[in-house]
Design a protein around this ligand. Structure first.
Ligand SMILES: *[C@@H]1O[C@H](CO)[C@@H](O)[C@H](O)[C@H]1NC(C)=O
Length: 119
């Protein structure tokens, strides 16, 4: 079995809890940095190693993989709802080393109540 392990990096995650401007089910993707060399882009089933920072709409950080715990990037399998739905949508076609900002509506994150895992 060939396991493709890709070192993706630095996906920044901005979760908008208030909702409003965005359609319910869309993730807004802003590419902050795209590496010069990109041999392969992420697709469903890939295992990515990502750093992420999560912000509320008001700019308050609610999570940062660089600041908390052991300050490690986290492994994330794309497309299997391992984290929030917004990640499965927003981390496709990413190059290794790419940096993105995702604006995720509540429906694709933690729901309107804003706590716990979506079910
Ligand atoms: C920002 O928003 C979050 C979530 O609504 C809230 O918990 C936090 O207190 C707010 N921070 C500030 C500085 O308003």
């Amino acid at each position: 079995m060939l396991l493709t392990v890709l070192s993706w990096l630095c996906a920044s995650l901005l979760v908008s809890v208030g909702g409003g401007k965005l359609p319910e089910a869309e993730v807004q993707i802003e590419v902050l940095h795209r590496p010069f060399l990109c041999h392969r882009k992420s697709k469903y089933g890939d295992i990515l190693l990502v750093h992420h920072d999560g912000y509320f709409e008001n700019g308050t950080v609610f999570h940062s993989s660089r600041a908390e715990g052991d300050k490690q990037a986290v492994w994330f399998t794309l497309g299997i709802r391992e984290a929030i739905k917004g990640w499965d949508k927003g981390l496709q076609d990413m190059c290794s080393g790419e940096k993105r900002k995702l604006i995720v509506p509540p429906a694709l994150a933690y729901g309107k109540e804003g706590r716990g895992l979506p079910r």
